[in-house]
Design a protein around this ligand. Structure first.
Ligand SMILES: NC(=O)c1ccc[n+]([C@@H]2O[C@H](COP(=O)([O-])OP(=O)(O)OC[C@H]3O[C@@H](n4cnc5c(N)ncnc54)[C@H](OP(=O)(O)O)[C@@H]3O)[C@@H](O)[C@H]2O)c1
Length: 243
């Protein structure tokens, strides 16, 4: 045996909850590119959206807040990547988060997605536009029974209070396009480095997958922004957001 041979890279087993969405599909691709074993959970009617990955991942059909589906999907996983969406008005986000918190292995890395509107400690400074969006569009979406932002807040409250190895990745406004690289981050919205408020969706997914192996992000709620945006270039990451 060659004494200088490198050990095989660790082949993590990861579950992606909400795998068929735009963010989910990018996460599947990044995870497969890293050689990880991937289990994806998505709604029955969305299974076809994952056809491009057929034979390279396991797909479990079901609602992401179905505790039985989640229990089976996360069994034996080293990490769980969860797309938290506040769809409907029946606790979809909090149900999904609770199922993951309850059924993932205690030592698993749990990485969740949400937007800048979620605050961990109340020290984020928001633009008028974002405040108005939450104050006006939030209640309207609930009235139309389309989405319940308050339930996503509740989901995040439970995650922040848990003693699991969680990371809450808070996305800025998103755009499509080729990867620009790993986004930079800061603890608080309002910090100058985040001012550009734009991240490529493919890079949001990259940050989520990368967080699985970045222990500096355990029990952190990084607010992210694209690494090539003007604010990121003008304020190189130091301190918490530096890698
Ligand atoms: N959009 C933004 O501008 C933005 C900005 C910042 C952060 N974020 C965060 O990014 C994450 C992904 O957001 P996204 O907007 O980019 O969406 P996305 O990746 O397309 O994901 C949407 C998810 O919602 C599911 N979904 C759609 N309709 C549903 C329904 N009626 N019932 C249950 N689930 C349903 C989708 O599943 P199917 O594939 O089954 O439809 C998919 O998993 C979220 O955590 C969000 O908070 C988004």
């Amino acid at each position: 045996m060659d004494p200088h041979a490198r050990p095989d890279p660790v082949r993590l087993k990861v579950c992606i909850v909400g795998a068929s969405g735009k963010l989910g599909q990018y996460m599947v691709k990044h995870a497969l590119d890293r050689g990880y074993q991937v289990v994806g959970v998505c709604r029955e009617e969305s299974v076809g959206k994952l056809d491009a990955f057929k034979g390279r991942m396991t797909v479990m059909a079901g609602a992401t807040d179905d505790r039985n589906v989640i229990a089976r999907a996360v069994a034996g996983c080293d990490g769980v990547l969860t797309v938290l969406v506040p769809r409907g008005v029946h606790g979809y986000s909090s149900g999904t988060a609770q199922a993951v918190l309850d059924h993932a292995r205690p030592e698993a890395r749990l990485v969740f997605s949400c937007g800048w509107h979620i605050s961990r400690d109340g020290h984020d400074v928001y633009s008028l536009k974002l405040k108005a969006l939450v104050k006006i569009a939030g209640p309207l979406a609930k009235l139309a029974r389309f989405a319940d932002l308050g339930d996503q807040v509740e989901a995040c409250r439970r995650i922040f209070a848990s003693n699991t190895r969680w990371t809450m990745v808070r996305g800025s406004d998103l755009q499509e396009g080729d990867s620009q690289g790993l986004p930079v981050w800061s603890r608080h919205v309002g910090d100058p480095i985040l001012a550009s408020n734009l991240t490529r969706r493919v890079d949001f997914a990259l940050f989520m997958v990368d967080a699985l192996t970045n222990d500096q992000l355990v029990q952190e709620a990084p607010a992210i922004v694209g690494c090539r945006t003007p604010s990121a270039l003008a304020h190189p990451a130091t301190g918490a957001g530096a890698r």
